[in-house]
Design a protein around this ligand. Structure first.
Ligand code: GDP
Ligand code: CA
Length: 318
């Protein structure tokens, strides 16, 4: 079975662990979000690709969900001693090595997809990880501070401002001119099932779908497309997805997120058991829906979620 997963960072990566356990024989291609990418200290940082790579490769800081385990921050402290920021983005010493290798390869002319493949040769994530695009796409958020509207990089909004200021729009700058990375459209066209993990529907999966050609390829693949809600009990399980959903005019409910993707894209949708009341509404919108436990509290629980997603795919295929 060939499975394509459109993934952001933590939610996507944790789900993928369960999917690997649920379908050990499957060939899994992960199309990763690069809208969160940022240049820091002259280095190219790809937070979502790295979260997937470290999580599946055994290098992740488990409790935090991002960054490396056993991390130290000497370089960051030395940079701060020079007065060189930003101090709000946590780059550890081990993590720095990844960004140095990546930047060096990009400077030598390799596209990001080839660089990602090279980094994965060390981490062996057990999936084929491809960035959504080799072209630069940067998610910006239109915020309002002191009565003035301005656009800030997504990381500044999310990490420095903690999404605490009103957001009026989310713009994937550069997406309209970006091309899907080599292998992305082919993997989608050749897949047996496409999965939207419980990743952020706006700034993770939404950004991937904003690359021209990807949304169309998913819609036209002719295979089941199933998703898992990142919203449980009318709130994100983790993080601030409600803020960016509000910015695009979508309510923070499992049903509203399904409707946001729409029946033109989604065939099946899993909501948590606490949202069982939303099943009828989602089905009325033309999307097959089931309520099952959706908390990734352990590998067993996550594996069961992946099994449910594959079972739903089989059901809509039949
Ligand atoms: P990010 O790039 O690190 O923000 O990660 P993703 O976009 O891949 O995933 C973020 C989303 O994962 C958030 O909206 C969370 O609500 C969701 N999430 C995190 N843990 C869980 C969980 O245990 N269950 C569900 N259903 N969603 C989760
Ligand atoms: Ca992200």
């Amino acid at each position: 079975m060939r499975i394509v997963v459109l993934a952001g960072g933590i939610g996507g990566a944790r789900f993928l662990r369960g999917l690997l356990a649920a379908a050990p024989e499957a060939e899994i291609t992960v199309v990763g979000n690069t809208g969160d990418d940022i240049h820091l200290f002259g280095l190219k940082v790809c937070p979502d690709l790295d979260t997937v790579m470290y999580t599946l490769g055994g290098g992740i800081h488990e409790e935090q969900g991002w960054g490396r385990a056993d991390e130290t921050f000497t370089v960051k402290e030395e940079l701060a001693a020079y007065g060189v920021g930003p101090e709000w983005f946590g780059l550890g010493d081990r993590d720095f090595a990844t960004h140095i290798v990546r930047t060096q390869m990009l400077s030598a002319g390799y596209p990001l997809s080839a660089v990602t493949e090279a980094l994965c040769a060390r981490w062996k994530p057990g999936v084929r990880l491809i960035p959504m695009s080799d072209d630069r796409v940067e998610t910006h958020v239109l915020v309002e501070t002191d009565g003035e509207r301005r656009a800030v990089h997504f990381q500044e909004y999310w990490v420095r401002m903690r999404a605490a200021v009103p957001a009026h729009a989310v713009v994937p700058v550069g997406a309209d001119a970006a091309k899907p990375a080599p292998g992305v459209l082919e993997a989608i066209a050749d897949s047996d099932v496409i999965v939207f993990p419980p990743s952020n529907p706006v700034v993770s999966i939404g950004t991937i779908l904003a690359v021209p050609g990807i949304r169309e390829a998913v819609a036209e693949a002719g295979v089941p497309v199933v998703g898992l809600s990142p919203i449980v009990g009318d709130a994100p399980v983790r993080g601030m997805a409600d803020k960016v959903l509000a910015a695009v005019g979508v309510e923070s409910t499992a049903a509203a997120v399904a409707a946001h993707y729409g029946s033109g894209l989604l065939d099946g949708w899993l909501v948590d058991t606490v949202d069982a009341g939303a099943v009828a509404e989602v089905e009325a919108a033309g999307i097959r829906c089931r309520a099952v436990p959706l908390m990734m509290s352990s590998l067993e629980a996550t594996t069961q979620m992946a099994r449910e997603a594959l079972a739903l795919a089989a059901e809509v295929r039949a």
